[in-house]
Design a protein around this ligand. Structure first.
Ligand code: CDP
Length: 587
């Protein structure tokens, strides 16, 4: 489709310095010589136009593509909402693949395994990330029928996926990211748990252990549990659940890997169990998907939903504005499904059936700073629930509205929504909280629902560019308190936090907390609060100080289960020389 004509009066977007670099490197279009020929304004218009044009094919639509393109343009360039990176990179281009998240099946035969390697390569090339369950692969040393030889097991194949990813540097887009999951009852589970103990090993993978209710019960009861051969369904051994859990915790303490996902819980929320079981998530864990399913994400910048003095109050959330943004964003993401060209027919088919979208939030820490609510407080946790409940309810209401205009998702009748007569909806899921590693740089906001890593710091953007950044709300509060000075900023950049700076006003030290100032339990409570009202999952890292013990991590893993999270990832300060993903390095 030819691009819609850019309106003559279209305002230029305001772009922060870090965003300029990131956008130029990876998002703005380049010619064959690598020279950027697209301005940021043209980039946003390309995206707005391509996504709005999908509206044209729905006869019942109340909105006209040209007017909608302008609304989308304003929505993105005011940084109230941004779609995931592949949409910004590829909308309206020949690549046309717009989703960030995919899950591929790995079958227990050589052809199936190498099909998955090939399909992952195709997805990585377009900027998407892939998740796999390796649980179907027979255990190491089991017999291979066709040759009489022995199988090499999930781990050795995982290395092939890792190596293939390494070689595809995603010409022009970004480095491939993967999630590898193995069920805790797979016979090779101990080897998998230890797979990343050497630094740099499987560097293109995040690994998670798929825990079952039965296993968690066995941990609780200090009982043995069965290991089951996936190819025969036979029990081939037993392990002590608590010992396995302890080693899992030990490895996570050493390096942050592996994380854990609660498979049964994820499947309890599977909206279309008739289409199969969910066995994996995308690379950063926030999007559980069926094999061959893909999902596009988008994030609302909550920092922009602060209203000072509205309705005569001191400060509050602008709920009406939030509602407007949610409804527009859901329409945007639903159009992205149609605008996207998927690399495989099986994916096109699966996406068409469920039409999943993942609308989430970023700038949460920025909003709390403006509201003067400390992240590590019950007030913040309660507010998280309130905000996400609203986002989920309004996103679903927007999806219902779209179903009226365009029809429900094709598998609605057999879905859990259909069976409970809750819809009809246009989308099988509507909410997901992504890490927003790059989006938050573009929008100049705090990432996802994470607290700020530092109030002022030097950021390494992609390769070697160093940029100093100070949180704007912190800077404003310092100025308001007459405490701002260049020297102070330098001091803060060295340590990140103001917790120990006694000379600063107490009210500032109370509100402007950073991730390391926050007790791990508050990280987890916050994750659980957002999860409660998120259809898919929440990307969140529970940050721990270097001094954290294995018992601390044991406690976090166990409480994540108790609090109803779908998984958890921890990171103990300094336990890894280089972080793999989602650290906001724009990679
Ligand atoms: O901010 P951005 O849209 O670039 O991505 P994100 O929110 O940090 O990550 C969302 C998802 O994008 C991840 O869970 C992956 O599925 C995918 N991703 C990827 O494939 N490769 C990366 N280097 C980063 C993210």
């Amino acid at each position: 489709m030819p691009e819609l004509k850019m309106p003559a009066n279209l305002p230029d977007p305001i772009i922060n310095e870090n965003a300029k670099i990131v956008l130029q490197r990876r998002y703005q279009r380049k010619d064959t010589e690598g020279v950027v020929y697209e301005t940021v304004k043209e980039m946003f218009w390309r995206v707005a136009s391509a996504i709005a044009q999908e509206e044209g094919k729905y006869k019942e639509s109340s909105v006209k593509p040209a007017a909608l393109a302008r609304e989308f343009y304003d929505l993105m360039t005011s940084y109230r909402f941004l779609p995931n990176s592949p949409t910004l990179m590829n909308a309206g281009t020949d690549i046309g693949q717009l989703a960030a998240c995919f899950v591929l099946p790995v079958a227990d035969d050589i052809e199936g395994i190498f099909d998955a390697v090939k399909h992952a390569a195709m997805i990585h090339k377009s900027g998407g990330g892939t998740g796999f369950s390796f649980s179907r692969l027979r255990a190491k040393d089991s017999v291979v029928g066709s040759t009489g030889g022995v199988a090499s097991g999930p781990l050795s194949f995982l290395r092939i996926f890792n190596c293939a990813t390494e070689q595809i540097k995603q010409g022009g887009t970004r480095r491939g990211a993967n999630m590898g999951i193995l069920r805790v009852d797979h016979p090779d589970i101990m080897e998998f748990i230890k797979a990343k103990e050497r630094d740099g090993e499987l560097n293109n993978f995040n690994l998670s252990i798929g825990l079952t209710e039965q296993f968690m019960q066995a941990v609780n009861d200090r009982a043995e549990y069965d290991l089951v051969a996936p190819n025969t369904g036979k029990t081939v051994g037993t392990l002590n659940a608590r010992e396995v859990f302890n080693i899992l915790v030990q490895k996570a303490w050493e390096s942050g890997d592996p994380g854990i996902v609660f498979l049964d819980r994820i499947n309890r929320d599977n909206p279309t169990p008739s289409l199969g079981e969910i066995e994996s998530t995308n690379p950063c864990g926030e999007q559980p998907l069926l094999p061959y399913e893909a999902c596009n994400l988008g994030s609302i910048n909550l920092g922009k939903c602060f209203a000072k003095g509205k309705n005569g109050k001191d400060s509050e959330i602008d709920w009406d504005e939030l509602k407007r943004i949610i409804h527009l964003s859901v329409r945007f993401l639903d159009n992205v499904i149609d605008a996207s060209v998927y690399p495989l027919d099986q994916i096109t088919e699966m996406v068409g059936k469920n039409r999943k979208i993942g609308l989430g939030v970023m700038g949460w820490a920025d909003l709390l700073y403006q509201l003067k609510v400390p992240y590590n407080s019950q007030t913040a946790v309660d507010l998280a629930e309130r905000v996400m409940k609203y986002v989920q309810a309004e996103a679903r209401s927007a999806s219902k509205q779209l179903a009226k205009e365009r029809g429900e998702f094709p598998t609605y009748a057999e879905s859990t929504f259909g069976k409970a007569n809750l819809g009809p909806y246009r989308n099988a899921t509507t909410t997901t909280i992504a890490p927003t590693g790059t989006l938050s740089i573009i929008a100049g906001c705090s990432s996802g629902v994470e607290p700020l890593f530092a109030l002022s710091f030097v950021r390494n953007v992609m390769d070697n560019d160093k940029l100093v950044e100070t949180n704007p709300f912190f800077e404003a509060a310092l100025k308001e308190a007459d405490a701002y000075s260049g020297k102070l900023m330098e001091e803060i950049a060295k340590v990140g936090s103001i917790r120990k700076m006694d000379h600063l006003p107490e009210h500032l030290r109370h509100v402007f907390v950073t991730s390391m100032d926050i007790e791990p339990i508050w990280h987890l409570k916050m994750q659980a609060a957002f999860q409660k009202f998120t259809d898919n999952a929440v990307s969140k890292t529970v940050n721990l100080p270097n001094s954290a013990t294995k018992e601390d991590i044991w406690d976090i893993y166990w409480k994540a289960y108790e609090y109803g999270c779908k998984g958890v990832t921890v990171y103990r300060d300094g336990s890894k020389t280089s972080q793999v993903l989602c650290t906001g390095d724009g990679d």
